[in-house]
Design a protein around this ligand. Sequence first.
Ligand code: ATP
Length: 360
Amino acid sequence: MADIAISHLVKTYPGGKERATDDVSLNISDGDFTVLLGPSGCGKTTLLRMLAGLEFPDSGSISVGGRDVTYLPPNKRNMSMVFQSYAVFPHRNVRYNIGFGLLMAKKAPEEIARKVAWAADLLQLTPYLDRLPAQLSGGQRQRVAVARAIVMDADVLLMDEPLSNLDALLRLTFRSELKKIVQDLGTTTVYVTHDQSEALSLGDQVAVMRKGSIAQLGNPLDVYDAPADRFVGGFIGSPPMNFINAAVSGDGDTLVLGEQRLRAPSILRSFANNDVVLGVRAENVSVDTTRSSGDIPATVLVVEPMGSTVLLTVDVDGQSIKVQAPPTFRTEPHETIWLTFSPHTMRFYDGATSMALEAK
Ligand code: ATP
């Protein structure tokens, strides 16, 4: 079993003013695909490197399958790592590069040949086994890096932005291939990225990191649908979640957006007379050119046809938000359109702490 228990990991680099990881705890079940997601500098690579044994924490512990590995060197952890830079040997052919780890582990030549053939087949590299890395495309080189990691039969696969050097189209194709390969292998995987769409598409669970801490841990749908705070809502989703300043009426029944009024969902009853921030995703606001009861008016600022949808930037009582309309929706800047907010998709945040409001 390769379930991982990360407990209270603190790490400050020599000379660093801030903690690179600040009391991070995280449990990963055997066979799960966990994504560490966050902006540059939030500590995700440091956390991955501590898992790999390439860095040691100042305090806290890491155990894998019940075994404390916190201060073990990398080669005693039975983990394989795929780096952002392919890190392949330029003067050795693909076959050698894939089999390198097995060679170092002094495996028998027949076993090395068998495993290299298996991984090359899985990653569609069989025709290239005798080529040098320079004779491969970037995507093929990254496949070599993945093949080299999976031949090791490691308990845990660690991947640090493995797709980030690939162009957008290749990244999409390889992403789904990688997901299938890792699913079929069933190896516990920890994957670092700053790309939210990659995190949502790959992860069984996503840990959204900010300034060395985990801001939210959950399955991709929950993290997308109910961000724990404004940072998570603003980081995940394209476009990011809209945030609109609002107030709750004295009786708790009405949500007041400037001159506009909406029926307040029941969670707001206990926040009567308070300022709140309404969080709503672009696709959860419906748009119309004619008014229905309960709709609120918005002025169109920008119209961006996206193919499957039209993305509109609109002004709602002095606040700019993005909404999604069907591809056939026709409107122009300066026109007034009508928005419907469905109560079950509204999220609410504390204006001061930015944390999601919970019913009291
Ligand atoms: P990126 O996506 O840019 O790689 P990250 O989320 O992986 O960022 P880390 O590389 O883990 O972030 O860095 C976390 C913090 O630790 C940052 O403030 C960074 O400047 C600092 N840091 C990282 N490596 C070192 C190092 N070797 N020496 C000193 N400080 C470091």
